[in-house]
Design a protein around this ligand. Structure first.
Ligand code: AMP
Length: 305
């Protein structure tokens, strides 16, 4: 089955304590769509400017990513610039140029309105709701968000939460949204806002999955060298959604979501090994399976008798 991915498509400028690169392919939808395409076909909805390099569009096309929902508008592509601190877990946004993103309205081609899995990657919650208005009946809807929307569009976000099956956000955002310091309390509080499932990402410390009377704690795959953490969350969400869509037509259960979270984490661990989407370009399904297996071995322990 296919996954509909809507979000930002960007040209990023990223600075880490050791390297700096500009004009990189980025954006929440770029990472999420490529990650999902490791498991399932993707329908992509987004906007780029007339300056967007053709090679990036070709790359999407070479993966299982349908581009009927990609709008190209006269003007400049959305640009984002960020700088990481020494721990590579915290960063500052240096600049944002909305450009063609400013007047973006995600419009779904008729061929997309029955896509069973929907991933609303990080964009304004009003736009995420506008996508849901055009969907006939989705099997499972996942939304991602960021601190900016919790600060400036909280009411829109709360309205969206009543319409989605799962919310993915990071630890700081979960605390900001709920006012809780405990992430365990925050997970429960967000479930009460609407989504049946919540995944809270903790950067290099893994993620937490919350369901009805169900909880799963997933570590992060241990890496010696992290080059660029940008897009790790979007890759996690895309991998998770793509894996779910690759399964048979049965219901989305907590057990399936546990495995989806692990696949999302494995994909994200590869993504941070290089800038932009470079590591995902050379990644194979065999690489994924191999890391999944070693991750399982290092996370497993027996219940004491
Ligand atoms: P992440 O590292 O998961 O937070 O995602 C980083 C990506 O999000 C970058 O490639 C940016 O281009 C994109 N991004 C940054 N700010 C925004 C925004 N306000 N709306 C949509 N996408 C954004």
């Amino acid at each position: 089955m296919s996954v509909l991915v809507v979000g930002s498509i960007a040209l990023d400028h990223v600075k880490t304590p050791v390297e700096e690169h500009a004009e990189l392919l980025g954006g929440s939808a770029s990472y999420a769509a490529v990650a999902a395409s490791f498991f399932s076909p993707v329908n992509l909805v987004g906007v780029v400017g007339s300056d967007f390099p053709k090679r990036h569009v070709d790359y999407f096309g070479q993966r299982r990513i349908d581009l009927a929902g990609l709008q190209t508008v006269e003007g400049k592509t959305f640009r984002w610039s960020g700088e990481y601190h020494w721990d590579l877990n915290t960063r500052e946004t240096r600049s944002v140029e909305l450009n063609v993103f400013e007047h973006f309205s995600p419009e779904l081609p008729a061929s997309y309105t029955d896509t069973p899995y929907v991933l609303l990657a990080n964009i304004a919650p009003k736009l995420q709701s506008h996508v849901l208005d055009q969907i006939n009946e989705a099997k499972f809807v996942i939304a991602d968000t960021m601190d900016l929307w919790i600060s400036i569009a909280k009411d829109d976000l709360l309205a969206l939460l009543k319409r989605v099956d799962m919310l993915i956000l990071n630890d700081g955002e979960a605390r900001q949204l709920t006012g809780e310091t405990s992430l365990i309390r925050a997970g429960g509080a967000i479930r009460r806002m609407g989504p049946k499932y919540v995944a809270i990402k903790k950067g290099e410390h893994g993620s937490l999955l919350f369901g009805e009377n169900a909880f799963f704690s997933c570590g992060a795959y241990p890496l010696e060298d992290i080059h660029d953490p940008t897009g790790a969350g979007d890759t996690f969400a895309g991998g998770l959604a793509g894996y779910l869509a690759s399964l048979d037509n049965g219901p989305v259960t907590f057990e399936r979501l546990r495995k989806a979270v692990v696949y999302g984490s494995v994909l994200a661990s590869y993504n941070v090994e290089a800038f932009s989407l470079e590591r995902l370009r050379s990644l194979t399904c065999q690489d994924l399976e191999q890391r999944y297996r070693s991750f399982k071995l290092m996370s497993h322990f027996e219940v004491l008798d």
